[in-house]
Each structure stands twice: as structure tokens, then as C-alpha cells.
Design a protein around this ligand. Structure first.
Ligand SMILES: Nc1ncnc2c1ncn2[C@@H]1O[C@H](COP(=O)(O)OP(=O)(O)OP(=O)(O)O)[C@@H](O)[C@H]1O
Ligand SMILES: [Mg+2]
Length: 334
């Protein structure tokens, strides 16, 4: 079957074909001991922003590398519309745009050149690629580095240039492995807007991220993977459903203080640095505050906060860990 030209103009919305990305029962074993993906099945529709979340080593990058033909599944099927992406790695490369977790090698290119060049390599017409490259530089607030050589770009700016490279002439599927890494909060917001816009243009966007709180606001659906398996899948609000009627009580322990024994009404807890994160039922709010106040009075805790639960709490409940973004935000906060 001949390859369709992949571009935003002949995007999935007007193609009339069911360009759903289907991952069916994919297993990838690196060797007898390391089964990095264990019978993973997911389907991502055109126009959808789909988040892939999970702790370090969960198998996220392994999965996305199989979509673009960089790794071959041990078993299982990956299809995009009429194409079998495992049997047709050339189709996989043509139809999927991919931002790898490691930085793209653009040392000897100026930012704007790197973006235009990838657009051209992907078959974009010159005028549209130039226009879109300029629009992306503007949208991501990268004007200052427009003509800076890749070798001189900071990690975060390089990441953003990489994102502009893969989305200047996007395929039907856009795969982003940790696009927000090293990006400052202002430009991260701009980046999320552009990611949403990619979905609106009709691409199926598969986004690997550690940033649970940002994902909560920006993805349509997500899958949580741990130990190579999908352990939960759905919309952010569906994943949070089990936390309905619950509150998060966060207790900042004093340096050197021993972890206090939680009262019986504490439903879940995780310790991140000196932060004790617990969830309690709304009905136990008063008891929770009393417990926290006692810890402060006894010098065990410095302060506490009671608030709404977020997707982060679902993440903790399901993986038993906090997400990397949460830990980072806490460090940044002091
Ligand atoms: N080339 C390889 N050879 C052998 N094992 C590998 C290889 N690449 C990854 N692994 C192992 O496969 C598992 C999944 O790794 P993967 O890189 O897919 O995780 P990840 O979810 O992307 O993690 P991170 O969040 O740290 O990027 C890990 O146990 C990892 O050590
Ligand atoms: Mg990874």
C-alpha cells in the first residue's frame, strides 16, 4: 500500500479513514529477565492527547520505540489505519513524528534551521514549513534563540526546539517522550498549549510524562504503566473517581523527626522527603486537622495543609510512589 503523505493538511480528520493507533498485546523482552512491556494494549484516536505515565523503568520509552520501528516487539501487533507498523518500519517513520527522551543531535544547526530542515525532510512544502517554524518559535517564546547554534542552547531550550522540529510537519501520530523535561514553568505552559493544538489539528498525540499535575489538565485520556503493564487507563476524572470524597492531608515533618504512626482513618500515605502525604475521607477532616496540629505541637511536624486530591493521589494509590514532578515541585518550593 502506498504511503499517504503525512501532514497537517491531509490530517486524520479529513482522511475519512479510521486512523486509530492500535497497540495490541505488545510484549517486549530485552532478555529472559527483563520483560519491559508485558501484554500492553492501547488504542489512541486521531485528535486525542493520550498520556503515558509511570515510574522510572516502567517501560514507557520501550513502548514508544516500538511504535516508530526502533525496537521490534517480542510479540503483539501495532497498527495505524491500514498499516502494520511492525512489518512496515518505513511507514512507521513516515506516519509517526517522534521526540525521543534523549536530546536530538542539533549541535551544528541554528534553531530555526533545525526546525525548517526537519519539516523539509518530512516532506513539507517550503513556504508552509517556514511559516509554521516561525509560528512555533513565537508560540514557544524562543525568539531570543532563533539563530543560536544547537551546541549553545540550554537543555530546556533544546527540548523546545526538538518539539518544534517534530511538530512543524507532524505525522498522523506524534509521540513525545518527556517533552517538558528541563523546560521552565512559563514555557512549559506554552508547550502544553502547543501539544493541545497538535491534537486539535487531528494528530493522535502520545505523550510520555512524569508531570502528573500538568497531564491532569492537558490529556484527554491516560494510561498508567508500572512494571511493564497497564495498571489503569481512562480519563483523568475516571482515574480520580476512587478519590472522590477524599481530601489530601500533607504534613511537613520536622528535620530528623521520626515518621509518625498514622491514625486509623488515614486511607493512604506516602513519604516524599520530609513530606508525609496522606489521604483521608472528608468526614475525617476535623480529626485529620487535630492530628496534624498535635504533631506540630509535639515538634514532629513544622506545618500541614489540607486540600483537594488530584491525579497525583491516584498515581500514589496505584503505583505506591509519588511522581517525579511532584518530588521536583516540592524541592523547588523549598
Ligand atoms: N536496551 C535495553 N536493554 C536491556 N534492558 C533495557 C534496555 N532499555 C531499557 N531496559 C530496561 O527495560 C525497562 C523499561 O525501561 P524504559 O526505558 O522503557 O522505562 P521508562 O518507563 O521509559 O523509564 P524512565 O521514566 O526512566 O524513562 C527497565 O527495566 C530498563 O532497565
Ligand atoms: Mg523513558
Amino acid at each position: 500500500m502506498p504511503l499517504e503523505r503525512s501532514s497537517i493538511e491531509v490530517g486524520p480528520k479529513d482522511a475519512g479513514a479510521p486512523w486509530t493507533l492500535r497497540i495490541e498485546d505488545v510484549t517486549k523482552a530485552y532478555d529472559a529477565k527483563v520483560v519491559a512491556n508485558d501484554r500492553i494494549s492501547l488504542a489512541i484516536d486521531p485528535g486525542e492527547v493520550f498520556g503515558l505515565l509511570g515510574p522510572n523503568g516502567a517501560g514507557k520509552s520501550t513502548l514508544v520505540k516500538q511504535l516508530v520501528g526502533l525496537l521490534k516487539p517480542t510479540s503483539g501487533r501495532i497498527t495505524l489505519g491500514p498499516h502494520d507498523l511492525v512489518a512496515e518500519p518505513a511507514a512507521a517513520r513516515q506516519l509517526c513524528s517522534y521526540l525521543p527522551q534523549v536530546q536530538l543531535p542539533i549541535d551544528s544547526f541554528r534553531a530555526v534551521e533545525a526546525i525548517r530542515l526537519t519539516g523539509a525532510i518530512r516532506g513539507g512544502d517550503k513556504a508552509t514549513v517556514r511559516e509554521r517554524a516561525d509560528a512555533m518559535i513565537e508560540a514557544l517564546d524562543l525568539g531570543e534563540w532563533r539563530r543560536t547554534l544547537g551546541v549553545r542552547l540550554s537543555g530546556g531550550v533544546k527540548r523546545l526546539v526538538g518539539f518544534a522540529m517534530v511538530s512543524v510537519w507532524p505525522g498522523r501520530v506524534v509521540i513525545l517522550d518527556e517533552p517538558t523535561n528541563d523546560v521552565d514553568p512559563h514555557r512549559r505552559r506554552l508547550l502544553w498549549q502547543e501539544i493541545r493544538r497538535l491534537g486539535e489539528s487531528g494528530a493522535a498525540v502520545l505523550l510520555v510524562t512524569h508531570n502528573v499535575l500538568e497531564a491532569e489538565k492537558s490529556v484527554d485520556r491516560l494510561a498508567l504503566i508500572d512494571g511493564g503493564r497497564v495498571i489503569a487507563e481512562g480519563t483523568p476524572s475516571a482515574l480520580k473517581a476512587a478519590d472522590r470524597g477524599r481530601l489530601r492531608l500533607q504534613v511537613m515533618l520536622a528535620p530528623g523527626a521520626a515518621r509518625p504512626e498514622p491514625p486509623r482513618f488515614v486511607l493512604s500515605e506516602a513519604l516524599v522527603g520530609h513530606n508525609l502525604l496522606t489521604t483521608i475521607s472528608e468526614a475525617d477532616a476535623t480529626g485529620g486537622i487535630r492530628w496534624a496540629q498535635e504533631l506540630v505541637a509535639a515538634g514532629v511536624a513544622e506545618e500541614y495543609a489540607l486540600g483537594a486530591t488530584s491525579l497525583e493521589d491516584a498515581y500514589i494509590r496505584l503505583t505506591g510512589e509519588v511522581s517525579a514532578s511532584f518530588a521536583e515541585d516540592e524541592r523547588a518550593a523549598g
